[in-house]
Every structure is written in C-alpha cells, then in structure tokens.
Design a protein around this ligand. Structure first.
Ligand code: PLP
Length: 376
C-alpha cells in the first residue's frame, strides 16, 4: 500500500503507546502502577450519567445539527461567558466528539502551506503533529523555570497555540503572559484550556478575557477533564462565527455531529451541581502535594510545584537519561510514566507523571522509585 506523503508528517501521542505496553505487561501478570495516561480516575458525576440514560430513553439517538444541539451551544456560550468574563454568542460555539477535533478542524481550516505556527515545547504533541500534517511549520517556544511562558522565546507568526493549565508541566499562563502574547503580531491563536477547571492557586486566566485577544482567539475546552468524561468524547470550541461555519463543515465531512444523547448529558453537566467537580479538584490537590513532596525526596530528582492540571514534570537529568529512566521504571519497577521527550526536544531530562491515580498507587509508586533512584 502506498500512503499519502502527508502521513509522513503526522505524529502521535506516546501516552497511548506506553499505556498499551503497560497493559500488555499487566496481562502477563506484572503489577503496574499507571501514572502515564492523562485522564481523571473519578467516575462521571451521577446526574450526568442519569441525563444520558434519560436522553437514550427519550429518543436522542439520531443525527443532530453539525455544530451541535442549539440548547447545548447556548449553554456553552453562557458557561464560557461566565467563566471567562466576556460575551459569547451561541453561533461562535461548535460541539465536537472530544476537544481534539476542534484542534484538528480549526488547524485544517486555517493553516496554509509554509505558515509558521508557534507551539509550546514541551507541549501536547498533537499541536505540532497537526500543524505539520496541514502543511505548516511548527515553531517551538519555551517555558520559564516555573513553567510559565518564556516571553523571550515568542515571536510574530501566522498563528500560535497556547495551553493553560499546561500538559505536561502543570504550568499556567497568567495575565502578564497574555499581555506578552497580545504584543505579538498573530492572525489567530488557539488557547487550549481543557484543564481550566483544575487549578490550585490563582483563578484560571483565559485568552478570551484579554480584550486585545478576544476576537482572534479560538478557545478549546470540553467535558473530558472537568467532568471526568474522557470516554464520552465531547468537547467544544469558541471561535469567530466564520471559522465556526468552516469547522462545522469539516465536521459534516468527517463525523457529521457529536452523539445526540451525550450532548444532553453535557447540558446536565453545565446546568447541574458543581460539587462533584470541586471534590475531584480538591482530591487532585492533595495527590499533587503527596507526589511532589515524594518526588523531591528522590535522589537526583527536582520537581516544580504544578499550578494546574494533574501532571508533575520533574527534572531527572541528574539521575540519567529520561528516555532510559522511563523505560526502566516500567520494565523493572512497574511504574508507567512518560519521558519528557514525548512532548518535544525541550522536554529532555524530565519525566511526566499523571497524578490522576489513587493516593495508594502514588505512595506505592514513590516507594518503588525510591529504591530505584537510590540504586542508580
Ligand atoms: N488538549 C490537551 C492539552 C490535552 O491534554 C488533551 C488530552 O489529554 C486534549 C486536548 C484532548 O481532550 P479530549 O479528550 O477532550 O479530546
């Protein structure tokens, strides 16, 4: 079979490959502690599950409008307006199966051959992958020592992608960071805020709240992380209406629409009690403290305190090569994590741990790692 040339430019997400390897070892009888995959280990809130069941019984089992259920688009517009202190109209909202299609469709609609697009390094690997696939050139920018934006590494470009709170570091972009972005000459920017509800200090600062960025921002958010709904596949974007129309057109060409009954469940998530989300975030905070304290006690390991999301990104360069350490931790200790290089060249010397795992598993992982790092 002869594959299209563009396939040579498409990357992947290593987390899924490491998960598959870890599961294979588990199936062979090994005890594996899963700190590699980025998904809440909490159940989807009960009222959201009940709304989906009701929707199935009520016949929400057919095609719907490509851009999303109008009632849901209106509720998302209201939710985003409230959480970002700005005005949002329903015709700026598109609902997709997961947040990832917003990235894929928006970049497909915007990136021309040779366009330079700024992407974070380290950063979510899908950004550079889809930019290059679409014919653009992914130009890396970097983070500072506390994993905020390193403004000196930013420059003018056709477009840029930002992510706050940030995967893989847990860093956040604050108001000063957005000021630095606003000083750039960019046609558009994508602000991936899928972890916006999971912060531990100052409230989330959104690109949409910045008056000079509001109209050129494509917001990416969704239900996967906030409501522990990764398997439901439901995300959304907020973007200028003329782009929303094209993203909906791409959706017609690809998936037609997001599933109807899951969109009814999403409406219940937005309109229902927030206590389950708050309880989950409080639990993540306690786990972050447990993991970061434990990592900083390991010989040769230094970990910055993450301010959001559910990842820790310790520097392990004093202990050895991160690719080899990640492989050995899985093979010898049954601790599954990712090498920082899965997130770009600037991730070298780091490991990424997801603390969306039970405190018991985190403690066991720290115990195993203590023996391992002490033996190096
Ligand atoms: N953006 C970032 C930064 C992520 O870490 C992830 C998932 O890990 C996504 C987007 C994808 O979200 P979804 O599962 O809703 O497609």
């Amino acid at each position: 079979m002869r594959f299209a040339e563009r396939m040579s430019r498409l990357g992947t997400e290593t987390a899924f490959e490491v998960l598959a390897r870890a599961r294979a070892l588990e199936a062979a009888g090994r005890s594996i502690l899963h700190l590699e995959i980025g998904e809440p280990d909490f159940a989807t809130p009960a009222h959201v599950v009940a709304a989906a069941q009701e929707a199935l019984d009520g016949g929400w089992t057919h095609y719907g409008p490509a851009a999303g259920d109008p009632e849901l688009r209106a509720a998302i517009a209201e939710h985003v307006a409230r959480t970002r202190s700005c005005t949002v109209r329903p015709d700026e909202v598109v609902v997709t199966p997961g947040a990832k299609p917003i990235l894929f469709f928006a970049l497909s609609a915007l990136v021309q051959a040779g366009d330079e697009i700024l992407v974070p390094d380290p950063g979510f690997p899908i950004y550079a992958s889809v930019v290059e696939w679409a014919g653009g050139r992914a130009v890396p920018y970097h983070l500072d020592a506390s994993f905020g934006l390193d403004a000196s590494s930013l420059r003018n470009a056709r477009g840029a992608i930002f992510n706050t709170p940030h995967n893989p570091t847990g860093g956040v972009i604050d108001a000063d960071g957005w000021d630095a972005v606003a000083a750039l000459d960019l046609d558009w920017l994508i602000s991936d805020e899928v972890y916006s509800a999971i912060t531990y200090g100052a409230p989330h600062a959104s690109a949409l709240s910045h008056p000079r960025l509001r109209d050129k921002t494509i917001l990416v958010d969704g239900f996967s992380k906030t409501w522990a709904m990764t398997g439901w596949r439901l995300g959304f974007g907020v973007m200028p209406p003329e782009l929303a129309e094209r993203v909906a057109q791409l959706q017609i060409n690809c998936t037609s629409c997001a599933a109807a009954f899951t969109q009814r469940a999403a409406l219940a998530a937005l309109q229902g009690p927030m206590e389950p989300v708050q309880a989950m975030v409080a639990a993540f905070r306690a786990r972050r403290d447990l993991l970061v304290r434990g990592l900083n006690e390991l010989p040769g390991v230094e970990c910055v305190e993450p301010r959001g999301a559910f990842y820790a990104f310790p520097n392990v360069s004093a202990a050895g090569n991160a690719d080899q350490l990640a492989a050995r931790l899985l093979d010898e200790q049954g601790v599954a994590c990712l090498s920082g290089t899965a997130f770009g060249a600037a991730g070298a010397g780091h490991l990424r741990f997801s603390y969306a795992a039970s405190p018991d598993h985190l403690e066991q992982a720290l115990e195993r790692m203590h023996a391992f790092f002490a033996s190096l």
